[in-house]
Design a protein around this ligand. Structure first.
Ligand SMILES: [Zn+2]
Length: 132
């Protein structure tokens, strides 16, 4: 590695400023800042494609690892909510059938009793009122 200003090979990685860090993350991923120890000039050097491809890959993996958890949790919550909704709908659908079966059972029992027709009528009225 050589300094483009004086040609010295005494160069070291320069610290990135916050905005450089941001741009480096987004756009300048293929280069890194360096500083020359001889003339103190600062310059950006292109990385080898093999190197910056690797950094992009690891960066992508890290993003997936951190946000993949949130995405997975969100997906799970949606699926659970959907299943709960489906079960709720099913139970509501089965309610009228259950009610009809109960009604029939009670009506049958009412017929089997030795109540007077007036008492049966009163009982049916009472049931009707309660079923509302
Ligand atoms: Zn230099």
């Amino acid at each position: 590695m050589q300094c483009p200003t004086c040609g010295s090979t005494d160069v070291y990685r320069s610290r990135r400023r916050w905005y450089e860090r941001l741009f480096n993350w987004l756009l300048w991923f293929h280069q890194r800042p360096y500083r020359c120890a001889t003339c103190m000039s600062r310059f950006w050097l292109r990385l080898e494609p093999r190197v910056w491809r690797h950094t992009l890959k690891t960066r992508f993996r890290r993003v997936v690892l951190t946000w993949g958890w949130y995405g997975g949790a969100l997906l799970l919550a949606v699926v659970v909510a959907w299943v709960m909704n489906l079960l709720h709908q099913k139970s509501q659908e089965s309610n009228p059938i259950y009610d009809a079966a109960m009604k029939q059972g009670i009506a049958k029992k009412l017929d089997e009793t030795d109540l007077t027709p007036e008492q049966k009528k009163a009982a049916e009225e009472f049931m009707k009122q309660n079923q509302k």
